[in-house]
Design a protein around this ligand. Structure first.
Ligand SMILES: Cc1cc2nc3c(=O)[nH]c(=O)nc-3n(C[C@H](O)[C@H](O)[C@H](O)COP(=O)(O)O)c2cc1C
Length: 225
């Protein structure tokens, strides 16, 4: 099992609830699947560039126009995206760790997403047998585990939640529908006296997701690895 873990949180683990969820998840997963290969991408250690014009030309314009010749500048501008796409396409499972910031994911994560979800890298765009243009995934990600913390209390579907909606929609576009979430909400101690209980509940939810993943791996896809 190849796991790509992308962390978008600058805080040390002892101060970050979402990072504590990721420790709980990964520790439990490795206990049960010791052979799991975990690739950690810490976006604050190795920050993604914002998508530039040269990178857009080298990725998107090249997909729209088959006559487009990628220049040296465009090739260089797409190096980060190509490196991350390689990790993405190797992964069976994607783990995302982040706080909610201003009702969405941290912008550093959005910058990563804009680099990685590009045609020719993690998916292709092309007509099916009826001539309708479709997205054809190049990755093999089976499921996504989203580990998130927020100060307020939200439920999925709450109009203020732009985090899970953005992530689900972007991943669904490239053919990933299975996004499972452990969400430590109510982490603002000034508003929520039960924030510690909420954190513990989310840690247990993260461990349950690891158990479920390990069981599915052992019962249905370990033989194919
Ligand atoms: C810049 C910034 C913006 C934030 N925006 C929100 C928000 O929109 N909604 C919310 O519920 N909490 C918000 N928070 C609170 C964090 O989501 C909360 O502290 C969470 O526990 C952070 O996760 P972490 O402990 O893993 O760092 C914000 C915090 C910061 C620093």
């Amino acid at each position: 099992m190849n796991v790509l873990h992308v962390c978008a949180n600058p805080k040390p683990t002892e101060e970050s609830v979402s990072k504590q969820l990721s420790i709980a998840f990964i520790t439990r997963l490795i206990e049960q699947v010791p052979e799991a290969e975990i690739n950690n991408v810490d976006l604050y250690q190795d920050p993604p560039p914002h998508l530039s014009l040269a990178a857009w030309r080298g990725l998107w314009q090249a997909a729209f126009d088959p006559n487009h010749k990628i220049t040296k500048e465009e090739q260089k501008a797409t190096e980060y995206a190509r490196g991350q796409a390689k990790l993405f396409n190797q992964a069976d499972v994607l783990v995302l760790t982040m706080p909610m910031w201003n009702f969405g994911p941290p912008s550093i994560f959005k910058a990563w997403l804009d680099q990685v979800l590009a045609p020719g890298l993690t998916f292709d765009l092309g007509p099916d047998e009826n001539g309708t243009v479709r997205v054809r995934p190049k990755h093999k990600i089976r499921r996504v585990i989203l580990l998130v913390a927020s100060g307020g209390v939200y439920h999925e579907g709450d109009a203020r939640d732009g985090l899970t909606r953005t992530i689900r929609s972007a991943l669904e576009f490239v053919g990933i529908e299975r996004v499972q979430i452990a969400w430590a909400d109510g982490q603002n101690p000034l508003f929520y006296g039960d924030h510690e209980f909420r954190k513990q509940t989310a840690i247990e939810a993260a461990q349950d997701l690891a158990d479920e993943l390990a069981e599915e791996f052992q019962t249905s896809w370990s033989a194919s690895q």
